[in-house]
Design a protein around this ligand. Structure first.
Ligand code: FAD
Length: 488
């Protein structure tokens, strides 16, 4: 029987990145993946700007980091759409906009402010977060250096960051802007994939945090997510990583509070004293380990981790080439947003609170000839019952009828959060494996007692999106966790 230094459960972006990193350092790694294809939730991604040069270099990936100019088009009901151009340095320019010049300038000032604060936060992402009361010198030093980075913003900016960090995005936008469509664009970036509406406290923090991870406020399509996954897999294969695909891990063997191996759904077992789970924390602890092996208080924290997903993925195919009314064809490769104003988005969010899908939902999508690939929100994860997909389809058609000429839909496919959960075992079908809110971030992500990628079980580590810094195709969780593991 082959002996592996490390078994990694899950071949999403983080599983692949961890395998690539550890095998580069000479470790013998096995990756076990439930599905036939690797990539995990990144199979749903239409865009990625989140794989940083730092990660690409550390993994030695063969991906071009040359960025291109991209467009973001926010659809307006009156057909006066807003088009932004984002250049390779993330500078934003208005190409089309009905808002006054003063409003446009205020929008650019806001983006600049959010970028500045996100840059400060981004310096916290590439390390395992410190333990708050460990008494350890390196943790203390890290905490001091975090404080110092915020202080370095200068008095005025530091005050502003501390003022807005707990605020809702709607308040800050309404204080600075007049045009509804401009406010809708920034709301979309703040709340997509979260369990927040524009008026939920903390929605500015989500925007800053997501910008810090993605390296771009508009999560524009700078890198091809499929190319990232292919390149990650190839780097693993080149370094001798072994894969077991279409193999679901059913349980972890634990002896004397240490992990000793895995059992698959076909009853096969493989031994290893070091295992990394890239599954979300709830699935790892409650399904692979079981509450009976964990402390009661710890189990309560696992159960309280919030991971209700509310984004559905939809694929649409039309009979004809798609044209958007009153939009120059040169912008057809844009990222499109339909989140027209704060009130509309907040109403859509209200349905989510009561576990109902929004009858007037928001959309973020890309067009490819006759096809649309879209993220649709809010479509909440349901604990019981099912969504009326026919009604969701007709709600979307009602929206798209306003913007697409000769709109003849011939195919409609939807994966609700319940289906996402089923395909990838992601608790609640959540984009980030769990909400990215103040009480589930940094040194308390996913929760106290399981941060810093470690677990109460010796030899078992977490490195999926449910760990610091969160979701997205970043590979950061994987590198941070691997470094933590190698310290032992
Ligand atoms: C609808 C949607 C759209 C998204 N769009 C974007 C986007 O455009 N850009 C972006 O940056 N991010 C996007 N994301 C988020 C991003 O894809 C995830 O945050 C990221 O994939 C998390 O990576 P991961 O490796 O931590 O986990 P995952 O991608 O969830 O990978 C975990 C892997 O483990 C496997 N697995 C589960 N259970 C088992 C088991 N028992 N045994 C073996 N294998 C198992 C799963 O099949 C999966 O392959 C999107 C997410 C969703 C849901």
């Amino acid at each position: 029987m082959k002996i592996f230094d490390i078994i990694i459960i899950g071949a999403g972006p983080n599983g692949l990145a961890a395998a690539s990193y550890l095998s580069k350092l000479g470790k013998k790694v096995l990756v076990v993946e439930k599905n036939e294809e690797v990539g995990g939730l990144a199979q749903y991604a239409d865009s990625s700007s989140s794989l940083s040069k730092k990660v690409i270099d550390q993994l030695g990936l063969k991906i071009s980091t040359k960025k291109k100019n991209t467009f973001v088009t926010s659809l307006n009901d009156n057909l006066n759409h807003t088009v932004l151009e984002i250049d390779e340095n993330n500078a934003v320019k208005f190409k089309e906009c009905e808002a006054s010049l003063e409003d446009q300038n205020n929008f650019l000032k806001l983006v600049k402010k959010y970028n500045l604060f996100s840059k400060t936060l981004s310096s916290f992402m590439f390390n395992s977060p410190p333990r708050v009361k460990s008494g350890n010198k390196s943790d203390l030093w890290q905490l001091i250096s975090m404080g110092w980075k915020v202080r370095k913003l200068g008095k005025k900016n530091m005050r502003e960051l501390l003022r807005i960090i707990g605020l809702n995005i709607a308040d800050d936008l309404e204080d600075n802007l007049i045009n509804d469509n401009l406010m809708g664009i920034l709301c979309n970036e703040a709340i997509l994939g979260s369990n927040l509406g524009p008026r939920s406290p903390g929605s500015i923090l989500t925007l800053l945090y997501s910008n810090a991870i993605n390296g771009s406020i508009f999560r524009n399509n700078n890198l091809d997510s499929k190319q990232i996954i292919d390149s990650l897999e190839q780097s693993c294969l080149d370094r001798g990583v072994e894969f077991l695909k279409s193999s679901e891990v059913k349980k972890l063997f634990i002896n004397n509070e240490s992990v000793t191996g895995i059992e698959m759904n076909n009853q096969n077992t493989i031994e290893s004293s070091t295992i990394i789970s890239t599954l979300d924390p709830k699935t790892t602890y409650l399904n692979l380990i079981g509450a009976d092996k964990l402390d009661t208080d710890f189990t309560r924290r696992v159960s309280n981790f919030r991971s209700k997903g509310n984004v559905a993925k939809i694929k649409l195919e039309f009979k004809n080439m798609i044209k958007i009314k009153n939009l120059d064809e040169k912008y057809i490769g844009s990222k499109f947003i339909y989140a027209p104003n704060i009130k509309y988005i907040e109403h859509a969010f209200n349905n989510n609170k009561y576990n109902k899908y929004s009858t007037k939902p928001c959309l973020e999508f890309y067009i490819d000839n006759k096809n649309i690939s879209a993220n649709l929100y809010y479509v909440p994860y349901l604990k019981s019952g099912s969504h009326d997909k026919k009604e969701i389809e007709s709600n979307i058609q009602l929206i798209l009828n306003n913007f697409i000429d000769n709109n003849q839909l011939i195919k409609f496919e939807i994966d609700t959060p319940n289906e996402i959960e089923k395909k990838y075992n992601t608790s609640g079908g959540h984009w980030h494996h769990g909400d990215m809110e103040i009480d589930q971030l940094l040194m308390i992500r996913p929760f106290y007692g399981s941060a810093q990628y470690e677990t109460p079980i010796n030899g078992l580590y977490l490195c999926g999106a449910g760990t610091h810094p969160g979701g997205g195709i970043t590979g950061i969780n994987a590198i941070n966790a691997s470094k933590q593991l190698l310290k032992k």
